[in-house]
Design a protein. Sequence first.
Length: 185
Amino acid sequence: MASPPTRDRASGGGVADRLAGLGNLDLSAMRQEWRRLYRAEPPRLSRDLMTRALAYRIQEIAFGGLSKATLRRLASLAAEFESDGRIATQSQPRIKPGARLVREWHGRTHSVIATEEGFQFEGKVYRSLTSIAREITGAGWSGPRFFGLARTVNASEGTDAPLGKVNIHDWGGGDPSQCVVASDA
C-alpha cells in the first residue's frame, strides 16, 4: 500500500480529534477522505462501515498497523478459506515437544517436559497439563493456567495479562532447553 501523507505519521497528536470529526463528515467528504488515506477509490460501504474503516486507517497511520507475522497468518487463513470454505484454527497455541515447564508449588519445584504423546512428569506420561496440575495440587486447576501459559483478565484495567514468565507468541520456543517458569510466590 502506498505511503500515507507524512503529516499524519508525524505524531499521534490530533488522532482523537480526527476520529471525533469523522462523525461530522457527509458521505461525499468521507469518500474524499478515503481517497486521501487509502489512495484508492472507495468501495460501496454503508456509512457505519466506512467510518470504521477510516478510523482504523487513521490509527494505523498514526500508531502502526498489524505486524508482518499477523499479516502472513491472516493471508494463510484467507487462502485456506478460499480453498475449502472453512478455517480450522487451533484453540490455543501448541507447546513444542522438548519444551520444559517449571512450576514452584509450596516450596517444591515441579518440572514437566512436553513430548509428542503429551507431557512427561516424574517418569509418567500424561495427556494433559490439567491432570498434572491436579496431581501436584490435589485440586482441580486448569493445567495451562497452573503452569503460567493461560491469559487472565486484569479486572482493574479490563485488559489481558499473561500469567507467569511466558511469551505467549512463542510457547515452547525453538530451543528445547527453554523453560517457562511460574511460581505461586
